[in-house]
Every structure is written in C-alpha cells, then in structure tokens.
Write a protein of this length. Structure first.
Length: 553
C-alpha cells in the first residue's frame, strides 16, 4: 500500500551518515541497482539474511508492526543513506520493515559481500559498523522489536528480560500488573496471565515461557554445533578476555570456538560507558565494545555459541572435553578459561525474594527503563558501581550510593568520583552498609547502618543495584585446575604443581596447572580487574598457547 510522502528523519545521533559517491561506487561493484515502486517492501520484520540497501533516490521508511493497529514509523531516509542495523551483520532477524514511501532507486548488496567489504575497506567498514551500533542502541531505547509480556513478580519473566537485555536485543516490556495494554493483548491471544511470560517476536512468532536456548534460537543468536563439536582452540567465556583470545586465536589460523552461558561481553558488556579504555577518549559502551569484538572475531573465522554453559571438563590423551548444559560437549586441544566472576550477593534477609523483582547486578539501558523516575540505591565502591551511578543518574529520580569504605578513592577511579560529585541527584553514603530490605512484593526502601556513627536510617529505593566483590565462575572445572583459597585459577609460578612436572618449569605465566589450559581475565588469580588488562591477557594467552603447540606436549 503506498504511503504518504514524508520528510527525512534528521541525523541527531550520527546514526544515519550519507555515503559519498566514491563509497557508492565501491558498493556498486558488489551489488545491483534496483527500482522500487511506492509501497513496496525491501525487507520485512523477521526476515533473515537480508541484503544491504543503499538509497540512490527516493525515500524509504522503517516501520514497526506494519499492517497492524500498532504500526509506527521509526524513521525515514533518503538519497545517500543506507539501511539496516548490527543484526544484519550478525545474522539476526530484521526488527522492522523497510518500505518505499515513493518511487525509489536502491543499491542491493548481498550481506556476505558486505562483510567482505567491511573487512577490506577500513574507512567504509568503520562508518557502517559505527552507524549500526548506534542504531541498535536507539532501537533498545525505543523498545522496538521483541515484546515480553509477564508479571513483575515472575522469576521466569525476570529471566527472559535479563537474557534479552544481556544480549542487547531491543525489546518492550509489558507488565500485566500495571499495563492495561498487556491484559488486552493477552485476551486477544487467549492466554491467561498465569501462563506468562510470553515472548512475541517480529509479529509472527509466539513463545510461551521459553527457555534461554529456545529463545536464543528464535532471536538468531549463534548456537553450538552438533552434540560433539571439535576445534583446536576453545574459549570458555565471552567477556573482554575471552573475546580478545577469540580474535587473536582466529587471526592466527586456529580453529576457534567461543562459548558463553548468557551473552557476549561479560560484566563489561553491561557497562554503559567505559571511559578509561585506550583509544576511546570519549568512552565506549561495553555493549559496543563486545559487538565490535564479536564481528572482528567472526571476520577471522571464530565461531560463537550462546547460550552454551560449561558444566564440566575432562582431559584425556591430549584433548579437553568440555560438557555443556543440555548434554552436548566440545573437544579441543587447547582451552582458554575466561569465565570471569560474578558480583557477590548481599548478606541481608529477604534478598532472594527481592532478586526476582527489584535487585539488579547490571545497569544497562534495559534496567534504566525499568526504574525510570524512581529512587534507586547502588551498593559498591568500585568502578562498576561508579559507572552505574553516572549512567542511572539521567534516568532515576534519586540515587543513594552506599559504600562500605571511608573514601571513594580507595577503590574508584578519580574520573568517576569527579563525575559523581557533580550529580545533583546522587547522595554518597560512606562507611555504610545495607542491613534490611523493605517492601512487600517489590522493594520500597532499604535500611542502612552508618558504621562510624552507629546509627541506622531508611533510604527510599524501588530498585537496588549491587556491585560488591567478585566470585569466580570456576565450579565447572572440577579440580582439573588448581584454584587459590578464593576459588580463582592459579597460573604460572603460582601453580607449582604444573611446574614440578617439567625440569626448569614452563615459561607460560598464564598457563594453569593442567598443560594446555590457560586462564585469563577476572577468573585468574592475581589478575588486574580492568577491561584493558583482560584484553591484554586474552591476546597474550594465544601467543603462549601457540608456542606450546609448536613445542609439543
């Protein structure tokens, strides 16, 4: 159906740059020029493996829920602009439809050829990739794409929301407890509230309380190959250290597989802005850093599987076999352990109850939308807590930063302290700890104790963000690698058992007690808990692993 003539959406965020004639000419060698009549669809919501489209003439609108009562136009684009977002490069289904609002001429390039051009032409590749990453962030903020319907009191609804958010999938949350539209939609679908959560994908697929693996398949996330996959290098964990190992391993020609139980990016992937990472003077979000690394690793041939949680590991005849949740496994000659660490839980009564509704261990756009205009509390005195406060300050009505230390400078970088001190809606509570959580089904406030004065007070909070300490994710190792007294993996000279096996000891400072197994990033005993350090360790582990493989067992 033809659409009315529309003006072009202004490029407020730098998400919609125009291609130059030279860039269009380069793309023209890879694709075909195509005429598009008014009202024609270039690609529809839910389509996979769409072409890359550059607009040569005319106007194209990006439309969500086309043909339904909820149809809305996201943006409109004219000559010189190009369509798509980061899902086009990663193989995810389209989140909206592209419709010509008037007669148009477009250049259609197969996405496989686009990936080759992005890898070969650094300037054009970075232009497209940067625009795509910004567009994904815009879509997340608009709630375009997946719809999740459920109760705020449901643990499964919380699980689904967290999984979608951690994988940076744009979604809209409809709460049956508060949103009249949710009840109406359930009635139309013939679904009772107790049968939620529901996930509606691309206007064409309905999932009832899906498990993470089922949801991942529907979202187009990469899946593990076969019941018994094999590779040369297996990277367990897809945080900054694991992604770095994947990039360098694949670029060295190693057959590389990366698995992660939840999402790529690790804890860093939930950071709204990392401002002290080399080469990004204005900062970079953890999500963007992860997306760039995944695309880079894939360019060199690395394969990813998400979710694929490691549950056990064995070593036999020079090969490692890593068992995965669900009964499958992956074998490899070399394993890089990059499973990171999780934030510790607060030792307070009723925490488990509120974890289902009001307690968070990440502060991304998804969490920010859930607590918009509410008072919130952040617990922790490190950089993760500081980054969360700076980000949430533009969404929450008021933030109470609860810090056990007597001074923020004990564990937090100076640049973050300076930013926090300038925020008018942030109260810093030093030498303070959480004693009690208040509320019925959802959090209403917290009781905190001032350790200096010995006094307690109640702080209003509808959400609690916790960033304290770290617990390593090493339970799946089952004794194959030596751990320190806190559960982190010992490496190098700190793993003496490994060194006694060979005269003179080995030269691999990141190698665990089991030869051929390396530990990097937060999971490694004695590591520096910084993104840059983790990235460096991931690269270094590949160099050491390569040397070991050349020298033999």
């Amino acid at each position: 159906m033809p659409m009315r003539r529309m003006s072009e959406t202004p490029d407020t965020y730098g998400a919609y740059p125009r291609l130059t004639q030279a860039q269009l000419a380069a793309l023209g060698k890879l694709g075909q020029r195509r005429g598009v009549p008014p009202g024609a669809t270039l690609f529809a919501e839910g389509d996979r493996n769409c072409d890359f489209f550059a607009i040569l003439d005319g106007m194209v609108a990006l439309v969500e829920a086309r043909g339904t009562a909820e149809e809305r136009i996201i943006s409109t684009h004219g000559r010189g602009r190009f369509l798509g977002e980061v899902g086009l490069l990663t193989g995810q289904p389209a989140l909206y439809s592209a419709v010509a609002t008037e007669a148009a001429q477009v250049l259609a390039v197969p996405v496989t050829r686009l990936r080759e051009l992005v890898a070969a032409d650094a300037a054009l590749g970075d232009l497209i990739l940067r625009a795509y990453l910004i567009r994904r962030s815009i879509l997340i903020s608009l709630g375009v794409g997946v719809r999740i319907i459920g109760s705020r009191y449901s643990p499964d609804a919380r699980r689904v929301r967290d999984f979608v958010a951690r994988n940076r999938i744009p979604a809209r949350w409809l709460d049956v407890e508060a949103d009249p539209g949710a009840e109406q939609m359930l009635a139309q679908l013939g679904v009772a509230p107790q049968d939620t959560p529901l996930v509606i994908l691309y206007g064409r697929q309905l999932l009832r309380n899906p498990g993470n693996a089922e949801l991942a398949r529907a979202l187009g996330l990469p899946a593990a190959a076969g019941p018994e996959a094999a590779c040369g290098l297996l990277v367990v964990g897809a945080g900054p250290a694991g992604l770095s190992a994947a990039v360098y391993g694949a670029s060295e020609g190693l057959e590389t597989v990366v698995i992660d139980g939840v999402a790529t990016g690790g804890q860093a992937g939930t950071s709204s802005r990392i401002e002290n990472y080399l080469g990004f003077p204005s900062g970079i979000s953890g999500g963007e850093l992860a997306e760039r690394a995944v695309i880079q690793a894939r360019k060199f041939g690395a394969r990813f599987a998400v979710p694929a949680e490691a549950t056990a590991i064995e070593h036999c005849e020079g090969r490692f076999t890593v068992g995965l949740a669900g009964g499958t496994s992956v074998t490899a000659s070399t394993v890089v352990i990059a499973t990171g660490a999780r934030y510790r839980r607060l030792d307070v009564p009723r925490l488990a109850r509120f974890e289902e509704t009001s307690v968070y261990y990440a502060a991304s756009q998804a969490e920010a939308q859930l607590c918009r205009d509410d008072p919130v509390a952040v617990v922790g005195g490190g950089n993760s807590a500081g980054q969360a406060v700076v980000f949430l300050a533009s969404h929450a009505a008021r933030i109470s930063l609860i810090v056990r230390e007597r001074d923020l400078s004990e564990n937090m970088s100076r640049y973050l302290i300076s930013q926090i001190e300038r925020l008018a809606n942030v109260e810093i509570l030093l030498s303070t700890e959480v004693r009690e959580l208040l509320g019925d089904q959802t959090l209403d406030g917290i009781v905190v104790a001032d350790n200096r004065a010995g006094a307690t007070r109640t702080v209003p909070a509808r959400a609690l963000f916790v960033f304290i300490g770290a617990m390593p994710c090493t339970g799946w190792l089952g004794g194959l690698a030596q751990l320190d007294d806190r559960g982190f993996v010992r490496t190098g000279p700190d793993a003496p058992q490994a060194y006694s096996a060979e005269p003179g000891g080995r030269r691999s400072p990141l190698e665990a007690s089991q030869p051929g197994m390396f530990a990097v990033g937060d999971v490694r005993s004695g590591s520096t808990k910084r993104v840059a350090a983790a990235v460096g360790e991931g690269a270094m582990a590949i160099r050491l692993a390569y040397e070991r493989m050349k020298s033999g067992p």
